[in-house]
Write a new protein. Structure first.
Length: 752
């Protein structure tokens, strides 16, 4: 028996490939994570490769943790020796080990996005470049330069426009300020790791010789710097395996270059190529609809997903009068499917192109008392009190982090105002020392207001720094919150807001405890690195009892039994900015990604008229809707005489490519919201009625595993949803009838 016996032929071919470069085109829902983890298990168990000779990198902590858990299930405790993590965590680990060779102290801070923009704002103020310069614009330009490995000097040499020359000055000062804070930003982690490998023979040879096998997930999303990083590490053995899908490359706006995966065979002419085209997630009709959209792109590798799943229901396309009716239709459909088909709230996701679309959907959900969660909203780690606590911990780890010290120097209030801070800054500049050193030498500064407060802060921080190596991160955080006076100040405030903030800080203690589980306690460095590199999707709870609301970009890598894509209109999706910038193919890929998140049912909605960003205007149906196969789409609309076609030319009386609409009737309905709500409820009922009963989750003959009874084969399933009863013949325990809701059966198949 081989560990690979559970794989389909193409999955197995990819997992068995041993020597030389390998490109795996893995379509949506085709089991790419399964292939990666089984390939690692095969290398260790059946090929005798040492686990610590394997490097596996991906983009999110969620994906990395899933990979680690699956590897551990397959190879046991050896999984701990496999380097499996995100690009940024891998680079940070390398820099903490060898960064001193290029002038990086191992206790460096990692500045998050808010820190970076605050520092850039400070740089712009120092440079006195005038009004109109937005930190976000400068930050994005510098980030793009770092993704291309362009240094400040190189940027300055090629600056031709006044805009570029200002950016060059800001970039240079920004790097100086980062160095003064002993800090790196996200892009630095990759850029400086590449610099390390290019300039330091010892580091390069260490990692090239150590990692005999390099596996890269989501290869379609890497940028030039990440490409240089992994290709350099893999250069010695050339056993590089990349997994990705050019049809799911949707991050060009942040530096991802889809051409890198398309050029893999040029980089490695001897590469083996495997295509995973069997989908285990969606129905065939959903896959066919998604394919007919993405196949219109010119720059893509030829492939088409297929599935053994049932054909399923038609995709439902609904046209509303406006965004309120659209939201009402979505909310009513969710409620009816949850009630009549007994679907849990977590089965549903509503996807949209821009965050601004969520407000009206939230209002509709609140009206019907539907629980929901916003993915990508205010994160736990973005709350003020949590950022304050993290800033304290950053200063304990890296006293040179002046940005974090400025955040907490008067938090809670200590009477350290702007005058005192200015005096401290002047003393630091005069003596060429850090702000923290100036705080510790407050007694030497003449005419310093409230020197005793500054000295008290210095003594508190020095005491915490002295104990940092002896305490785990939970103990240290508790000590910091107590000794800084932060918790006491909130308790004395006595307000509801202060009570909530105290609760959040207590939750931070729980976070540190959870992080330390299985590690024998967690050190401060690893915890702060973990927090700094978290993404929105990492915070998504798999078992949350609520409908997920998120942008299409946030939905990448997720799946839901029922998915809605709202706002399928020209200028919104595809987005006007992307179309004007030549990004139509990426918008089409984004549509493909959104559609393939749906497992059983997919709803596409759009409105005749929409108010967004304070402007109300008539809309035109998205060109992507005109690309759908008519035989697999069920069109529904409250506005009659609808005729689907390609988007009409600008101007004219036709809307959605159909005849002129009865605007008097539409505007009348807009004034009567109760009539609109009733109409959308009726439309939701019709849409739900068109959906076939949910097919059995486990067909007869499906191999399954039960946590207590072990492996077995399904005989029958009766009922659906929470009422489903499944009969299973177990090898050891015999025939059992189990409630599907509580049985916790795991399918033994070839899916992800």
């Amino acid at each position: 028996m081989s560990v690979l016996d559970d794989l389909n032929p193409e999955q197995r071919r990819a997992a068995e490939h041993l020597e030389g470069p390998l490109l795996i085109f893995a379509g949506a829902g085709s089991g790419k994570t399964r292939v990666l983890t089984y390939r690692i298990a095969h290398l260790v168990h059946e090929r005798g490769v040492a686990p610590d000779a394997i490097l596996a990198v991906t983009f999110t902590n969620k994906a990395a943790n899933e990979m680690k858990e699956r590897i551990q299930t397959l190879i046991g405790q050896n999984a701990r020796d496999v380097w499996a993590g995100t690009f940024h965590s891998m680079a940070a680990r390398m820099l903490r080990q060898f960064g001193s060779h290029i002038g990086i102290q191992p206790n460096f801070s990692i500045f998050d996005t808010a820190d970076q923009r605050a520092l850039i704002k400070e740089c712009l103020s120092v440079l006195d470049v005038g009004e109109g310069w937005q930190p976000i614009t400068v930050h994005d330009t510098i980030s793009n330069a770092k993704n291309e490995l362009i240094t400040p000097d190189a940027f300055r040499r090629h600056a031709k426009t006044p805009f570029d020359r200002v950016i060059a000055r800001a970039y240079a000062l920004y790097e100086e300020r980062l160095a003064a804070n002993n800090a790196l930003d996200f892009d630095d982690l990759i850029m400086r790791a590449v610099e390390l490998l290019q300039t330091e023979d010892e580091a390069r040879e260490h990692y090239q010789q150590r990692f005999q096998y390099v596996l890269v997930d989501e290869y379609q999303d890497i940028n030039h710097a990440q490409y240089r990083l992994v290709s350099t590490i893999a250069a010695a053995h050339r056993n590089i395996c990349v997994v990705g899908d050019d049809d799911q490359s949707i991050y060009g706006w942040r530096g991802a270059n889809v051409q890198i995966i398309l050029d893999f065979e040029k980089d490695y002419p001897d590469a083996a190529v495997v295509k995973l085209e069997q989908n285990y997630r969606s129905t065939q009709k959903i896959l066919d609809c998604a394919y007919t959209v993405v196949e219109n792109n010119q720059g893509r590798a030829a492939k088409k997903l297929w599935t053994d799943n049932p054909p399923g229901d038609n995709v439902i396309c609904y046209q509303a009068v406006d965004e309120q009716e659209e939201a009402s239709f979505i909310a009513n459909t969710v409620r009816q499917l949850a009630t009549e088909r007994r679907r849990p709230w977590s089965d549903f996701a509503v996807l949209y192109r821009t965050n601004a679309q969520s407000r009206v959907i939230e209002e509709a959900f609140l009206t019907l008392s539907i629980p929901y969660r916003i993915v990508g909203g205010l994160r736990f780690y973005d709350r003020r009190e949590i950022k304050d606590a993290i800033a304290y911990l950053k200063v304990i780890l890296n006293p040179h982090d002046g940005l974090s010290l400025r955040r907490i120097i008067n938090t809670p209030p200590r009477g350290i105002g702007a005058r005192t801070l200015t005096a401290l800054d002047q003393f630091a500049a005069e003596h060429s020392i850090s702000l923290f050193e100036a705080v510790c030498r407050a007694s030497e500064i003449e005419d310093l207001a409230r020197p005793e407060s500054v000295t008290m802060l210095a003594n508190t921080m020095l005491s915490l720094i002295e104990r940092a190596e002896r305490l785990d991160v939970t103990q240290l955080t508790k000590a910091m919150l107590d000794e800084s006076g932060y918790l006491l100040a909130l308790a004395e405030a006595g307000t509801a807001d202060a009570a909530t903030r105290r609760e959040n800080l207590q939750e931070l203690i729980s976070v540190t405890q959870k992080f330390g589980q299985g590690r024998g306690g967690a050190d401060l460095t690893s915890f702060l690195e973990h927090v700094s590199l978290l993404s929105d999707i990492d915070a998504l709870e798999d078992d949350a009892k609520a409908v997920a609301l998120m942008t299409l970009h946030s939905a990448k890598g997720l799946e839901f039994p029922v998915a809605f894509i709202a706002g399928m209109e020209e200028r919104l999706f595809p987005h006007e900015r992307s179309v004007n910038d030549g990004g139509l193919e990426e918008e089409r890929r984004l549509c493909y990604v959104g559609m393939t998140r749906a497992q059983h049912n997919l709803f596409l909605t759009y409105a005749f008229r929409r108010t967004i960003f304070g402007q109300t205007q008539n809309s035109t149906a998205s060109r992507f809707l005109a690309e759908l196969p008519s035989e697999f789409v069920d069109h529904r609309a409250e506005i009659t005489a609808l005729k689907m076609s390609a988007p009409p030319a600008e101007g004219g009386d036709e809307t959605f490519g159909g005849p002129k609409l009865d605007l008097v009737k539409i505007l009348s309905r807009q004034r009567d919201r109760s009539a609109t709500a009733a109409a959308s409820a009726r439309a939701a009922s019709d849409a739900v009625a068109a959906i076939l009963p949910e097919p059995p989750k486990f067909k007869a003959g499906t191999k399954v595993r039960h946590p207590k009874f072990g492996a077995g084969i399904v005989i029958t399933q009766q009922g659906s949803g929470k009422d489903a009863i499944v009969t299973v013949a177990f090898k050891q325990a015999g025939i059992k009838k189990l409630s599907l809701e509580y049985a916790n059966l795991e399918r033994i198949d070839k899916s992800a």
